[in-house]
Structures are given as C-alpha cells and as structure tokens.
Design a protein around this ligand. Structure first.
Ligand code: IMP
Ligand code: MG
Length: 176
C-alpha cells in the first residue's frame, strides 16, 4: 500500500474545505447529509469544523458491490430528515464518474430544500461522465483506486487515517 495523502495532508485539506464552505454558504443554518458509508469519516471531521447551526442526516448509496467498478446504483433514503425549506450540503467521499452524487442530488432536490450544495474529499481526474460538479473539493487525485479515511475496498480499509493506493496484489486479495 502506498500513501497518497498523509493524515496531516488530509486534515489540512478538510480544514481548507470547511473554511470555503463557511465562506461561501455563510453563517445561516445548514443541513448536512452524508452519503453512507464512505463519507462517515469526513462527515465526523467536517461538522466539527463548521460553526453555523447544523443538522446532520444520512442517505445510503451503494454501487460498487464490493468491486472497483460500478454496479447498479442503489439509494436508501429512509433516514433522511425533513429537508423542505432547509439549505442542504451533501457530503461524499469521492467524485469518480459522478453518477452517485448526481442521483443523490436529484433525489434530495425532490424534497424541496431551499438549496443543495455538495462537498467531496476527492475528485478523480479524467473520470467524470456527468456535467454537474461538486461545489467543494478538498483534493484532485489521479485516476487510481484509493482507500482509507472512509473509502473502502470490499468493505476493508475505511479506518485508515490517511488515503492510500492499493498495490495490484492487494486488489487481487479478498478481504473476507
Ligand atoms: P461514482 O458514482 O462513480 O462517482 O462513484 C462514487 C462512489 O464510488 C463513491 O461514493 C465511492 O463509494 C466509490 N468509489 C469510487 N472510486 C473509489 C475509489 O477509488 N476507492 C473507493 N471507493 C471508490
Ligand atoms: Mg461511497
């Protein structure tokens, strides 16, 4: 495994992104919706760096089905709080093809919030298949499969405090 972003670099990127969010969205109340499961770690760090009145909710989206390529996208929205009349910030781990965030955004817009913005830890260069882009991006990374800080490979590695690239032999292994 090779470290792509150290714990210190990730921290600095999240602090920078939190400052941008606060600057652009202002001091008014905000509802942050984390896209499970990959956004868990970013969500926990980000909300503690924001000082406006915050509500926190979650939505679950899964498309990878345990592999590194996209499968059928499934969204579970039962745990969403009331969004009508609220300003929403969607938070996800990574913007890869972009299909997940676009689908979740559309679903959220259907709940009639006042506004919807989106923030991601990582955006992969040259992978996007959709026109809309996240409003806030902490890091641009090369087109390579990464794990850690919430990102998984077959549900493993989410707990790494840094972002790493897996070696080919690690991608070939089954985590159980
Ligand atoms: P998209 O719909 O292609 O943008 O994929 C977004 C989702 O795929 C993310 O929320 C991640 O869960 C997953 N994903 C994409 N790239 C990676 C990666 O390099 N490592 C781990 N998960 C990834
Ligand atoms: Mg995810």
């Amino acid at each position: 495994m090779k470290t792509l972003l150290s714990e210190e670099q990730v921290r600095a990127g999240v602090v920078r992104m939190a400052a941008e969010i606060r600057e652009r969205l202002g001091p008014g109340p905000l509802t942050i919706i984390g896209v499970l499961t990959g956004s868990l770690v970013l969500l926990a760090d980000l909300i503690r760096l924001l000082d406006m009145p915050l509500r926190v909710g979650v939505i679950q989206a899964s498309s990878y089905r345990g592999e590194t390529e996209r499968g059928q996208l499934q969204i579970q929205s039962e745990l969403l709080p009331e969004l009508a009349g609220h300003r929403v910030l969607l938070v996800d781990d990574i913007f890869d093809t972009g299909h997940t965030l676009v689908a979740v955004c559309d679903l959220i817009r259907g709940q009639r919030p006042v506004s919807v913005h989106s923030a991601v830890l990582l955006r992969k260069r040259g992978r996007q298949q959709v026109a809309p882009q996240p409003d806030f991006v902490a890091f641009e990374i090369p087109n390579t499969f990464v794990v850690g800080y919430g990102l998984d490979f077959r549900d493993a590695y989410r707990n790494l405090p840094y972002v790493a690239v897996l070696e080919p032999h690690e991608l070939a292994e089954t985590a159980g």
